[in-house]
Design a binder for this molecule. Sequence first.
Ligand code: PLP
Length: 417
Amino acid sequence: MRDGPTSADAVIEDLASIIEPALVGSTGPRYFGFVIGGALDAATAADVLTTGWDQNAFNAITSPAAAIVEDVAGTWLKELLGLPSDASFGFVTGGQAANTVSLAAARHHVLAKVGWDVERDGLNGSPRVRVVATGERHATIDMALRLLGFGAGTLEPVATDSQGAIDVADLAFILKNSPPGPTIVCLQAGNVNTGAFDDLATAIAMAHGHDAWVHVDGAFGLWAAANPPTRHLVAGVELADSWATDGHKWLNVPYDSGYAFCAHPAAHAAALSYSAAYVKGQGEGDLRAPGDFVPESSRRARGFATWAALRQLGRHDLAELIERCCALARRFAEQLMLIEGVTILNDVVLNQVLVRFGNDNETERVIRAIQHSGECWMGSTSWHGVRAMRISVSNWRTSEADVDRSVQAILAALSTG
Ligand SMILES: *Cc1c(COP(=O)(O)O)cnc(C)c1O
């Protein structure tokens, strides 16, 4: 740290030159690690403008522009994702925050129904809340339960099938084998390894039969709803009580961008707001106060980048983006399947492909060799006790040529063994 100032230009030049070697090319078309997504041009530019405009998106007084654009973008998102048009929503930092916000609304709702005001009285001495969740849930569900005072260890996990989708018979068993009471059920649309979907229609009906709140974590999988050929994967999703998804994954909005939706706007606002503004028409005049539906007070105007992404794509190109990524995932699987010693471990129903090269050691070796090639990047994961390479196709720029070139890189890595 220097004592004296440095010119802004020099600071930026230094920053860029110093960090450049340590940047990850995750916006590139052959980056298939985790479920990262890229960044659409309009969304990136809107995000830069967001920084320059430096609006505080707390409410319609601090920034009418931010409040209006979030309102419009949120309405578009509900329509594209097939969620109820009267659902409330919050623009948050990502899936972790969206799961936390959703479960905070759930906590409020299930306890209010038994006469307990959790915002006022907390969980000390409250009626017990059961949290039932798919055994294949994302770790951010556990984290949300920790933050909300439930404790991750109190969660009752439900068995899953070979693809990681919830076993609805086990869900029925777990729900039945306990006295009735406040209950939250967490389901998943899009497993991070396989892309598998819980049978939402069946599981939601079952949980509602026990008067439970149903939350669906669809950080990337919920986008299947925006594409007619994959929409069946989320059949019934609109019947849930809350939903979490990301903008910064498959929608290709830059970080950070996530959304929490809730079928019970009053519960959502009661859990997250500290003013009573939502009671009278949700904010200043008729404008919704974005800050009433998220944990932050002063906050970035996240609506601009989402609005820009949705506007650049339109309904048609968004569907095409989702469909293309799925088709490219199938292309990977079809080509890799033909290679001796390569096994595809999952049913490729979405954009995720799990690949195994013989045994754990060879799988790790091949993944490292691919990563070092610089041709493409795939990560490693564990699936049902074995090591696997995970391919996630979620970047708007990825083409068939990128897949074919990456398959060549995989072949080359295999042959160097
Ligand atoms: C990525 C992911 C999350 C967490 O989202 P972040 O945006 O990383 O906070 C939660 N659930 C699922 C299924 C995910 O894929």
